[in-house]
Design a protein around this ligand. Structure first.
Ligand SMILES: *Cc1c(COP(=O)(O)O)cnc(C)c1O
Length: 387
């Protein structure tokens, strides 16, 4: 009997190029065609399987959903029109009026507004938890608690949260653990392998990676993703076919981009760490980072994001940004172009200095999103701006 020849499972870089694509028939296009059509001809006498962009089932949505599911090792995925759309639909599919959500205090500003302002009006109670408080999550579980939401690495401080203790708790109490993994990308971190039930991405960031698409994704079990899709349909959060097509194109280079970003960020973090103008460097790849051990255990790379605190506070930070030539001042992240942002004037402008300092974002804090440029060129730019 011939030995059975099972194809070996593909590695992440191969999946990023090929997962979910159609069979390689003669004459078939190598690149997925863009089906920029809102309507698809329907079979007579049948309502099932109707294709419509808002239903998340156009050909371009379906292929990119399969690809993202393969990258995060999830059963299913739904793509949305933004990262916020993904978070909103993911949580609306889990929570009903009267339910309680535990969320990490260290979360994206838009997510915090959604949870604290919008969910309150829907009768969903949210408690923010300081992840550093011993047993902080456990103490706040109630009988109405349904889910735990956190982000790792955290925007903008790049703190890495240990999923192990949180997932023990969620499994013990039958809660859903929802992780916003935007800052990591599946190259560096796959939360489902560490006890999470749901993964959220803003695909605007590393997954598309070229600063030219806004989108989001939710990943989890097939029945759950179907519920998220139903929320997406009625709340109107679906992406256009062109955004899906662009995202699929961006994903093909995900592995090489993110590895280069990891490498550049690591070099820059070490370089900044030795500069007298820099008071502190926040990067989980540095051996003296409070999260270095956790990051080593749960991540495959330390990421392309880092935080630096300049001596001289906010004025020094503004002066420094004005002098940068290559690295541009813009609020987004994760793409091939390096960017710098000052959270006190962007994501965290709604907080007082005291509140920001408590979150680890004092004046003088800058968030760097490191791209794929030459590392020496980036360091030369930082060097001339620090002088
Ligand atoms: C950007 C971001 C979001 C929101 O994504 P959009 O695509 O801008 O809606 C959510 N979470 C994190 C961690 C982000 O960085």
């Amino acid at each position: 009997m011939p030995p059975s020849r099972r194809p070996r499972p593909h590695a992440l870089s191969t999946l990023a190029v090929h997962a979910g694509e159609d069979a390689h028939d003669a004459d078939s296009p190598v690149v997925t065609p863009l089906y920029q059509s809102v309507n698809f001809v329907q079979e007579v006498g049948q309502g099932e399987g109707l294709r419509y962009p808002r239903y998340g089932n156009t050909p371009n949505a379906e292929i990119v959903q399969k690809r993202l599911a393969a990258l995060d090792k999830a059963e299913a995925c739904v793509v949305t029109s933004s990262g916020m759309g993904a978070t909103a639909c993911a949580l609306l599919a889990l929570l009903r009026p009267g339910d309680h959500l535990l969320a990490c205090r260290w979360i994206y500003g838009g997510t915090q507004r959604l949870l604290m302002e919008e969910f309150a009006t829907l009768g969903i109670d949210v408690t923010l938890v300081d992840p550093m408080e011993p047993r902080g999550w456990r103490k706040r579980v109630r009988k109405e608690t349904r889910a735990v939401f956190l982000e790792s690495p955290v925007n903008p401080t790049c703190r890495v949260l240990d999923l192990r203790p949180v997932s023990y708790l969620t499994h013990e109490h039958g809660l859903a653990l929802v992780v916003d993994s935007t800052f990591a990308s599946p190259v560096n971190f796959r939360p489902l392998e560490h006890g999470a039930d749901v993964v959220i991405h803003s695909t605007t960031k590393f997954l598309n990676g070229h600063h030219d698409v806004i989108g989001g994704a939710v990943l989890g079990t097939a029945p759950y993703i179907e519920e998220v899709r139903q929320k997406m349909i009625v709340w109107g959060q679906a992406p256009d076919p062109f955004a899906c097509w662009m995202l699929e194109r961006g994903l093909k280079t995900l592995d090489v981009r993110v590895r280069r970003q990891n490498e550049n960020a690591m070099r820059i973090a070490h370089w900044c760490d030795n500069r007298k103008e820099v008071k502190a460097v926040h990067f989980p790849g540095l051996p003296d980072s409070p999260d270095h051990e956790v990051a080593l255990a749960q991540m495959d790379g330390f990421g392309g994001m880092l935080g630096i605190e300049l001596v001289g506070g906010g004025r020094a930070a503004d002066r420094f940004i004005r002098k940068l030539r290559l690295i541009r001042h813009a609020p987004s992240l994760g793409g091939v172009d390096s960017l710098v942002s000052e959270p006190r004037h962007s994501s965290h402008s709604h907080l007082t200095l005291e509140e920001r300092t408590r979150l680890g974002i004092p004046d003088g804090f800058l968030r760097l999103s490191i791209g794929i440029e030459d590392g020496d060129d980036l360091i030369a730019d930082l060097d001339q701006a620090l002088h």
